[in-house]
Design a protein around this ligand. Structure first.
Ligand SMILES: [Zn+2]
Length: 411
């Protein structure tokens, strides 16, 4: 392309381009065509900072000179610049996909920077994502596979479609022992069938390759693993187990609050202000926060229950955080031996849950596969993008968006 003119007007830069003149043959018969002048075609290109860029392509128009040929008039094409009938340049589409993948951009924000409608941009991006999705090589080499539940939208009744989704995450370590977790797929439903069907569709070679199958404590997923990944070791995902512990502390705090004050927590109540402190790991707390925790607990003898529940949740975290997995496993066994006997009903219930999942809970410490960071990272990205991508009412579009953001469309 030759640049003919460049004009800056306000927030828009207009660049006029054309191809060099040459002899053109008819695409059908090959006879030399005669020029029929130019046609203006406006294309939206990659923005320059905050400045929108428009390419005005002065497209050459030709006419076949052979009377026997039915081609008539034809317009020059430049596939490297722009697809047929598209209004975004090919590099603008590639740029937008890259921004969505790496920079937590929104389609709305990118469309604004390109000077097009949301719909126009999504229509250009969607086929690119669909092609990456269809490429089966993205499932190759998975030896550690995670599965857990995702909520698509929080019960908005105006939106159709399933609320519960099952997400599959690649937790395989690289040669340096690092996990670069990738969301491999999102399918409707939360059931044995949802996961079984997906595993079946991946084929035998894929299933044989999976040595470790991480999961959240849900019987349906375990049944699917037993069914389809019989040779894999099932491991409870540390991220979900730690979350169960945090949920117990929350429950105890709310119950004690209700019992001592007769109402839900309000600003000024001793237990109300320490919610975030109770949810954090003790190792992250400052002295000031530890003092606030102590003051809140000492405010009423009934608050001892909250303190004990918090200690139990911290023990659970500590088992996972222990560097030495033999020591970690010993701590986990202590938890299995003690939690179910706890007089605090919520802690006892967690103890019974962990006992039911004993093998998968302890397997974490013997497979040498600390997969918690991976699942947590993918969950964080999905959370962020669910907020950014509020507009998605169509499951297929939502799924492609999440796969792109969480690394699933990088073959
Ligand atoms: Zn012709």
């Amino acid at each position: 392309m030759h640049v003919e003119t460049v004009e800056a007007a306000g927030e828009v830069l207009t660049v006029s381009v054309s191809t060099p003149g040459r002899v053109m043959g008819c695409p059908t018969c090959g006879v030399v065509a005669s020029s029929r002048g130019r046609r203006r075609r406006v294309l939206h290109d990659v923005p320059h900072g905050d400045v929108q860029v428009r390419l005005v392509w002065r497209q050459r128009v030709w006419r076949c000179a052979e009377p026997e040929c039915g081609t008539g008039t034809f317009v020059e094409q430049a596939p490297a610049l722009v697809a047929r009938r598209a209004c975004l340049t090919s590099r603008a589409v590639t740029w937008a996909v890259g921004q969505l993948r790496r920079d937590h951009a929104t389609v709305q924000g990118l469309a604004r920077r390109l000077g097009v409608a949301w719909k126009t941009l999504w229509r250009a991006i969607r086929p690119v994502l669909a092609r990456l999705d269809e490429d089966q090589s993205r499932f190759a080499g998975v030896s550690s596979l995670g599965v857990d539940e995702h909520l698509w939208h929080h019960g908005d009744p105006r939106r159709k479609g399933p609320k519960e989704l099952t997400g599959m995450v690649d937790l395989t370590r690289d040669a340096h022992g690092q996990v670069h977790a990738r969301l491999l797929d999102l399918v409707p439903g939360r059931s044995k069938k949802a996961y079984t069907d997906w595993l079946r569709a991946r084929g035998e070679q894929f299933r044989r390759g999976v040595g470790v199958a991480a999961l959240d404590p849900f019987g349906g997923y375990k049944a699917a693993i037993d069914d389809q990944l019989a040779d894999a070791t099932a491991v409870l995902d540390a991220f979900h187990v730690v979350k169960l512990g945090t949920a117990v502390v929350d429950e105890v705090r709310r119950r004690v609050q209700q019992a001592t004050l007769g109402h839900r927590g309000r600003k000024g109540d001793p237990l109300f202000g320490i919610q975030t402190i109770l949810r954090a790991g003790a190792e992250h707390l400052t002295d000031k926060q530890l003092n606030r925790l102590a003051t809140a607990i000492e405010a009423d003898p009934a608050h001892d229950e909250v303190y004990i529940a918090w200690r139990c949740a911290q023990d659970l975290r500590a088992a996972y955080r222990t560097r030495d997995t033999v020591e970690g496993r010993r701590r986990a066994e202590n938890i299995l031996d003690s939690f179910h006997t706890c007089p605090i009903p919520e802690v006892a219930r967690l103890g019974r849950t962990l006992s039911r999942w004993r093998d998968a809970f302890l397997a974490y410490f013997t497979t040498g596969r600390q997969n918690n960071g991976g699942t947590e990272a993918v969950n964080g990205i999905i959370e962020l993008h669910r907020r950014l991508a509020r507009g998605y009412r169509n499951l297929d579009n939502y799924r492609l968006r999440m796969l792109l953001a969480a690394g699933g469309l990088t073959p």
